[in-house]
Design a protein around this ligand. Structure first.
Ligand code: NAP
Length: 295
């Protein structure tokens, strides 16, 4: 039987830490923490992400201020908006929702955010600090994947693990976090991507597979070693006429891993809820830094 690694209990454990951090700041007289979210256009998945983020922020007494730009926004307009939001003294943390429609340059825009307010941990400084194992903010999704392993006592130390995907916002930070010389990490990491010659061969030794691709059904019995653990980060909206919304969310794992993998995170309900809780933890870190506290 494949163990289901549900995200809910992990998110709940984080929630109690979050409440404690929030209360400590309040006792020190810090103003309400504020997360500013900037997005382009109104389409899903942003609308879905934003709704979830707002719900979670409300739960922890975090104000969420959202700024939307039209689909036709220019780079100059975007950077001016990011700069204005970032310089607002009442804003503790800035989140630029991505991907951005081409030709907008995400990294140039997010470079306008000072590292302590870069709640998504995607600026050059944040990624550089992570590479040096002196992390500031770390992308919430990467922390979420490791929090799941910690919660379910999946030992990564020295273990062969694979990260599928090498995006600067998900795969690379996750691989760096797994490589870090510290408890809960210390893994032996292989990174695979779209140019990897044989995905199956690159996974042969993998004890834990972190899939960050966004390709439903990519992982199945044909390429996943028997009894591997799969942390499915992938999240894709696919048509489903049986749902009132007409769509559903799917991960990278195929249903045939059931009964084959030792453990698997469900999609939805696995990495997603933990990522939102980690994002709120990152907001409270930025809040603490902004008021001279320890994060
Ligand atoms: P992305 O920028 O599109 O990157 C996808 C990565 O997958 C790329 O590095 C790509 O390789 C690689 N790839 C494509 N086909 C592959 C294949 N056949 N085998 C191995 N690797 C392959 O996406 P992203 O922003 O990193 O996000 C990845 C997924 O995570 C998406 O589904 C996203 O929705 C999801 N996500 C989930 C959460 C959550 O909370 N659960 C949070 C953030 C993101 P190349 O570099 O060679 O193109």
């Amino acid at each position: 039987m494949t163990r289901r690694l549900e995200g809910k209990p992990v998110a709940e454990a984080l929630a109690s830490e979050l409440r404690q951090r929030r209360q400590e700041g309040e006792k020190k007289g810090w103003p309400t923490p504020c997360l500013a979210s900037i997005h382009i256009g109104e389409k899903t998945p942003f609308a879905v992400y934003l709704q979830r983020q707002r719900r979670e922020a409300e739960r922890f007494g975090i104000a969420l201020r959202s700024t939307g730009l039209g689909e036709a926004a220019t780079q100059e307009e975007l950077e001016r908006t990011v700069q204005t939001v970032e310089e607002d003294g009442s804003v503790d943390a800035v989140l630029l929702q991505h991907p951005l429609p081409p030709p907008l340059d995400f990294f140039s825009a997010v470079g306008r955010v000072r590292p302590t307010k870069d709640v998504d941990g995607v600026s050059a400084t944040s990624v550089g600090r992570l590479a040096q194992d002196r992390p500031l903010q770390v992308p919430a999704v990467a922390r979420a994947a490791l929090a799941i392993c910690r919660h379910y006592r999946i030992d990564l130390s020295g273990e062969p693990v694979a990260v599928l995907g090498r995006s600067q916002t998900v795969g690379v930070p996750l691989a760096l976090l797994l490589l870090a010389k510290r408890a809960g990490a210390d893994a032996t990491v292989t990174v695979a991507h779209s140019r990897t010659r044989s995905l199956g061969d690159s996974l042969l030794d993998a004890h834990v597979i972190f899939s960050c691709v966004g390709s439903p059904g990519l992982l199945g019995r044909a390429n996943v070693p028997k009894d591997a653990i799969v942390i499915d980060v992938g999240l894709t909206t696919i048509p489903d006429s049986t749902r009132p919304s007409g769509v559903r969310m799917a991960g990278d794992a195929s249903p045939d891993l059931e009964g084959w993998a030792e453990a698997l995170t469900p999609v939805p309900g696995g990495v997603g809820p933990v990522t939102v809780a980690q994002l709120m933890t990152n907001v409270l870190r930025s809040w603490a830094w902004g008021h001279g506290g320890e994060a």
